[in-house]
Ligand binder design. Structure first.
Ligand SMILES: [Zn+2]
Length: 107
């Protein structure tokens, strides 16, 4: 016979930290503003709340495209799928690499 219990409780705080008015400033600057806001919240928690053993700053790490600011993803051949500009750059770099290889091969 079994029963289900709940244990290992912890507290997760999700504050409204998105600086919506900053959307036009790019993901990296928005993320930096979010990080600073979180650090201030952590300082406030440590200063005002008793018996807090540990407060962690959490974040996600991801690859983004420097041309369109979107999530960076690739097709099977390595070609970026987020925007035409990144795809064009990839094609240009691939052609340049092929030309370099041909020159090296001819020597
Ligand atoms: Zn892109």
């Amino acid at each position: 016979m079994k029963k289900t219990i709940s244990e290992n409780y912890s507290v997760k705080i999700e504050a409204d930290i998105k600086p919506y008015t900053w959307r036009d400033h790019g993901r990296e600057r928005v993320a930096e503003a979010e990080r600073k806001r979180c650090e201030l919240i952590i300082e406030d928690i440590k200063r005002h709340v008793d018996n807090v053993e540990r407060v962690e700053l959490m974040c996600e790490t991801k690859d983004i495209c420097i041309l369109c600011d979107g999530d960076y993803d690739e097709y099977e051949d390595g070609r970026p799928s987020c925007c035409v500009e990144a795809e064009d750059e990839w094609v240009k770099n691939k052609k340049a690499k092929e030309l370099t290889n041909v020159e090296v091969h001819n020597k």
